[in-house]
Design a binder for this molecule. Structure first.
Ligand code: CTP
Ligand code: CA
Length: 225
């Protein structure tokens, strides 16, 4: 019934959203990850679906419920997320990368649980994960590509750099040092940056409301293009 009251302004679009953290395994019982809960990405998926889009939600480990009508694909590692996203890329018209992808993974995964006996210190060798968003930027074509930037300092400068480097159409910049923004809270405080230099600072609002603003902005920019 809610959908009946919502304008179906995303009908005909296939929106791909990535959400949550990735998990990079060290051994069968340990991993490297981050504090992402998936809330921002799941809110985007839910709102896009309510507005009539076909929605593919590619999620790292998250306890959140799948929004109704959304096709969810669960992944664990950055590598898996990349494979799933690329396999769907042909069908996608709008991609929103809200996932907090681990930048590095253990260079080797131990098949057995690592033992501490006889070892006073331990160094883990890490190697870089693929930058999924940068890759999508190179494969963009006519699609609309949205990234997130999680920063603890020099928010605008860093977010602008990523917007350019990854060939994005919109960047959502997130100062994750603020208590009511970023990882695992229900609210967010973001700025929307466009390639033409335009910038909008949104006040604190729920992640559902942030999602609505992001989708509104995507539609407005697509109409101009
Ligand atoms: N991202 C990605 N693949 C990665 C790392 C990041 O797709 N391996 C995406 C994230 O989903 C996000 C954007 O890139 O949309 C920016 O992520 P962020 O961590 O803020 O920036 P990085 O480019 O990873 O740079 P750094 O962490 O060094 O600030
Ligand atoms: Ca990163």
């Amino acid at each position: 019934t809610l959908a009946l009251l919502t304008p179906q302004d995303l009908a005909g679009e296939t929106v791909l959203v990535t959400a949550g953290p990735t998990r990079e395994e060290i051994d069968p019982v340990r991993f490297i990850s981050n504090y992402s809960s998936g809330k921002m990405g799941f809110a985007l998926a839910r709102m896009a679906r309510l507005r009539g889009a076909r929605v593919i939600l590619v999620s790292g480990p998250s306890a959140l419920a799948t929004p109704p009508g959304v096709e969810r694909v669960d992944v664990v590692s950055a590598d898996e997320m990349r494979d799933v996203v690329l396999a769907r890329w042909e069908q996608v018209s709008i991609a929103i990368k809200a996932a907090a992808v681990a930048d590095y993974r253990p260079a080797r995964r131990s098949a057995r649980k690592m033992k501490k006996e006889g070892r006073e210190d331990l160094s883990l060798e890490l190697e870089k994960n693929p930058d999924i968003l940068a890759e999508l930027g190179r494969l963009k074509g006519t699609r609309f590509l949205v990234g997130f930037a999680a920063e603890t300092c020099d928010l605008l400068e860093n977010a602008r750099k990523k917007l350019q480097a990854k060939n994005l159409d919109l960047m959502v910049a997130n100062d994750v040092t603020q208590e009511r923004a970023g990882f695992d809270v229900d609210t967010n405080i973001v700025r929307l940056l466009q390639p033409d230099g335009t910038e909008e600072a949104l006040p604190e609002m729920t992640k559902d409301e942030v999602a609505r603003h992001i989708l509104d902005r995507i539609l407005a920019l697509r109409r101009l293009a």
